[in-house]
Design a protein around this ligand. Structure first.
Ligand code: SF4
Ligand code: SF4
Length: 370
């Protein structure tokens, strides 16, 4: 059995710390010892205050650091944010302040090493610090994701791909979500986190994972030795069939989910959690894929009143599908691979995934028939 511990929790620090210590000690206490290097990998997508639910909460990161210090090991907090400088992310998220006075190394991933993650990707550059640590403590945030439905334990480790290599891999896997999910599961297998503690206290629903999402209090902290097992537990809590999350399917194919997932603790389902609308990116006869994608599948659309013309989306877009003329953004929806990275990195929440008119008509018809 793959055990996943669930606790009702808030960000009130002494209680949260107790939960964190108890959960990690029972799952992996014997694997964290004096002198060991422990890499703590939160979700630090970009600069955002904790109330936005975009990044792992500073109190969860603090609990992880204090636990590692308590065990006599050496903690390092690292990630590779998609937007904003490392200093800005730490400051705005409240992590700098939360970790003040603690003996911890806080540094972005810099150096990558090329490792073989197996078929069909083979060699991938992954952050050296993640691969060389004695222990990896994976600290994902429970968030929706316009491309992958949810970003949880497995997806969080994509942050171990440094800098612009991330959009490059989005481009290589293109419009194939299953292929991207398989890539994520391959990376997870390689990084092999010792324990995953998911911050589902203040989660994100709607059009996540960036500023377009909406914070929602769920009050759950989940921990397990398998990142994919934690993801399965989240699906059960949200009332989702576990195979709807493509990373779960990929994890099964890779043998990361061999055992039955056993939930330990306060399991109460969450009702009406708002997931992003997701249309398959490729369907129907192959010769029509491009046309159908263009006219039926959600596309990134800017809200001109929110866009500050900062150009971040254009710079990050792996397909080169965004042009900027003065303050106007022009999207080439033929080139666009619908990875929704632009929505994720927009610092002002100015982009939305929106179905084209024809897509809305089809969805309406499908809903009426089902
Ligand atoms: S949509 Fe967002 S990221 Fe793109 S230019 Fe406007 S403000 Fe910047
Ligand atoms: S326009 Fe946005 S969704 Fe399309 S490829 Fe570029 S980043 Fe991805």
């Amino acid at each position: 059995m793959a055990k996943v511990i669930i606790r009702r929790a808030g960000y009130d620090y002494p209680a949260l710390r107790d939960h964190f210590f108890e959960m990690v000690e029972s799952l992996a206490g014997d694997r964290i010892g004096p002198g060991g290097r422990v890499l703590i990998k939160p979700n630090l997508l970009g600069p955002a205050v904790p109330d936005k639910a975009m990044v792992t909460h500073p109190m969860v990161v603090k609990a992880a650091v204090e636990y590692v210090l308590h065990k006599g090991a050496r903690p390092q907090v690292s990630d590779s944010p998609a937007m904003g400088s490392w200093e800005k992310v730490l400051k705005e998220s409240g992590i700098s302040q939360a970790l003040q006075g603690l003996d911890v190394l806080c540094t972005p991933f810099k150096k990558s090493v090329s490792v073989d993650v197996g078929e069909p990707f083979h060699r991938i550059e992954i952050a050296e610090d993640a691969l060389c640590a004695d222990v990896v403590l994976n600290l994902p945030k429970l968030k929706t994701h316009s491309q992958m439905l949810l970003t949880l334990g497995v997806k969080n480790l994509f942050g171990c791909i440094v800098g612009l290599r991330k959009p490059e891999w989005h481009f290589r896997t293109g419009v194939d979500r299953e292929m991207f999910a398989y890539l994520l599961a391959c990376i997870c297998r390689k990084v092999n986190p010792t324990v995953t503690v998911l911050d589902g206290i203040l989660a994100m629903e709607g059009q996540g994972p960036g500023k377009g999402g909406v914070a929602r209090h769920l009050g759950r902290l989940l921990a397990g030795t398998g990142a994919a097992a934690v993801d399965v537990a989240v699906c059960r809590i949200l009332g989702l069939e576990e195979d709807r999350l493509l990373t779960n399917r990929a994890a099964k194919k890779l043998g990361l989910l061999r055992e039955e997932v056993e939930l330990d603790g306060d399991f109460r389902p969450v009702n009406d959690f708002k997931l992003p609308g997701i249309t398959p990116l490729v369907f129907g006869p192959a010769c029509l894929h491009k046309t159908m994608r263009k006219h039926l599948v959600q596309r990134p659309v800017p809200a001109s009143n929110l866009c500050k013309a900062c150009g971040d989306c254009r710079r990050y877009c792996p397909a080169g599908a965004i042009q900027q003329k003065s303050k106007t953004l022009i999207f080439d929806y033929d080139k666009c691979i619908r990875c929704y990275c632009c929505i994720e990195v927009c610092p002002y929440g100015a982009l939305r995934a929106q179905e084209p008119l024809l897509g809305r008509v089809f969805t309406e018809i499908r809903n009426r028939l089902s």
